[in-house]
Design a protein around this ligand. Structure first.
Ligand code: ATP
Ligand code: MG
Length: 417
């Protein structure tokens, strides 16, 4: 029997993981410079956490969760997103009184979606959550941080799309206006949207079906129904941003907890899966889940999806290989490999045995230098250092060989390695 990964689930083999690490490295540097700290949160959570926060009528909760009852009878989920768990942890950790919290996390999320390019059933997100900042300055910083991440990764042809979803005082009025409009064009909407009219009418706005988008051309927009406070907030963000922004009144986000700011960083290079970063404000969620009223804002990016936009980073290769010629050289050669690693050099030991096979391995692993230990070297307490590029070699004492190698790689390594 041959085993395979299940549909929509991918292995992270070394070349792919190198891309993810490239994103993570840039993200960590940027988050660090904004004073965000890493949290590591559970993958398993109670199902009720998501039904309560993400919302019963959303696609995620209604159709996409990996939900099961465990052997003890608990109703659990593999987390479909990170914000709900972060809010739970914020409340459970009693951090509401500890001042503003700035968090980030990296980890797998699970959604039973239709697998396609850039859309998986197990995927990884890098997420950021900031608790305790209400004013538009926090939004401006958040949007700018997301933008610098994409810029720093060298991803071209992206745009920042922004909308406001209003708040509990202005959204109900808009919702009524939207439902009235949708009722008039009900016949032109797809079956899913006709269902959404009753359960989650704003979600109709971002339906991907072309005929629905056409029917919505004259749909009322939230931006024309904002209350004074929401309008002021939205205006301040636009004035404060030093990034070109596209106002997109169709961004609604697929989760119920967002209010005011909703944004996406979008590319046209990935077909329908063009959203690489998505986020917004969720000022009511901490209270909704049992904590004290705490404004909050965050975003998440899909590692696999953003990875599709990157060129391959150079493969990591060994720097030094160690070859042992003859039984007596084996143990000393293992010690030599340890010394090289302790000096910070990426080293492989070729395993001893036949010389031909070992030199072939040294060649294949990309090592720039090979340390050769035979009877002679062991007797004299020396190493033979072969420069693989030039084919030259010299026998020298281990301390000076190490010093030369360390010096060589300190000057040739790129900062990304
Ligand atoms: P989309 O509109 O693409 O379905 P979403 O609104 O469901 O995205 P969020 O829940 O906000 O997205 O997730 C944030 C980011 O996580 C997305 O912008 C995307 O990069 C990534 N993402 C979401 N779902 C998937 C998935 N099934 N496979 C891979 N990446 C995903
Ligand atoms: Mg989705």
């Amino acid at each position: 029997m041959k085993f395979q990964t299940i549909r929509g689930v991918h292995d992270g083999l070394p070349a792919v993981v190198a891309r993810w690490q490239q994103v993570e490295r840039v993200a960590r540097t940027i988050f660090h410079s904004h004073s965000f700290d890493e949290v590591r949160l559970p993958i398993l959570e109670q199902t009720a956490l998501f039904t309560r926060s993400v919302g019963e009528a959303t696609d995620i909760v209604a159709k996409e969760m990996y939900r099961f009852v465990d052997r003890g009878g608990d109703d659990l989920c593999l987390r479909p997103e990170g914000t709900a768990g972060a809010v739970r942890a914020f409340i459970q950790g009693g951090l509401g009184r500890a001042g503003e919290q700035r968090w980030f996390y990296v980890g797998p999320m699970f959604r039973r979606e239709r697998p396609q390019k850039g859309r998986l059933r197990q995927f990884q997100q890098i997420g950021v959550e900031r608790f305790g900042a209400a004013g538009p300055v926090a939004d401006i910083e958040m949007l700018t941080m997301a933008w610098s991440l994409v810029a720093e990764l060298g991803i071209q042809q992206v745009r920042l799309e922004l909308n406001s979803l209003g708040c509990p005082s202005c959204r109900p009025g808009y919702r009524d206006a939207l439902v009235a409009f949708l009722q008039q064009c009900e016949g032109d909407l797809c079956a899913t949207c006709r269902d959404r009219m009753a359960t989650n009418p704003m979600r109709v706005l971002d339906c991907k079906v072309a005929s629905c988008q056409q029917a919505l051309t004259d749909a009322p927009e939230m931006l024309h129904h904002l209350c004074g406070d929401c309008d002021t907030h939205f205006g301040a963000i636009q004035r404060g941003l030093d990034i070109p922004v596209t106002i997109n009144p169709r961004i609604v986000r697929g989760l119920d907890y967002y209010n005011r700011t909703a944004f996406e960083i979008v590319t046209d290079q990935l077909g329908a899966q063009g959203t690489v970063i998505a986020g917004g404000r969720y000022d009511g969620l901490v209270q909704e889940l049992g904590g004290a009223a705490t404004p909050a804002i965050g975003f998440a990016l899909g590692l696999e999806r953003i990875g599709l936009l990157l060129s391959d980073p150079p493969a990591t290769r060994a720097e030094v290989a160690v070859v042992a010629l003859g039984e007596g050289a084996l143990i000393p050669s293992l010690r030599a490999a340890e010394q090289l690693r302790a000096a910070g050099l990426r080293t492989i030991h070729c395993g001893g045995g036949g010389g031909k096979r070992q030199f072939k391995q040294a060649d294949r692993c990309g090592a720039r230098f090979t340390i050769i230990l035979g009877e002679d070297e062991v007797a004299q307490g020396t190493w033979t250092v072969r420069n693989m590029g030039e084919g030259s070699q010299q026998q020298c004492d281990p301390a000076s060989a190490m010093a030369q190698l360390v010096q060589h790689f300190a000057t040739t390594r790129t900062s990304k390695e």
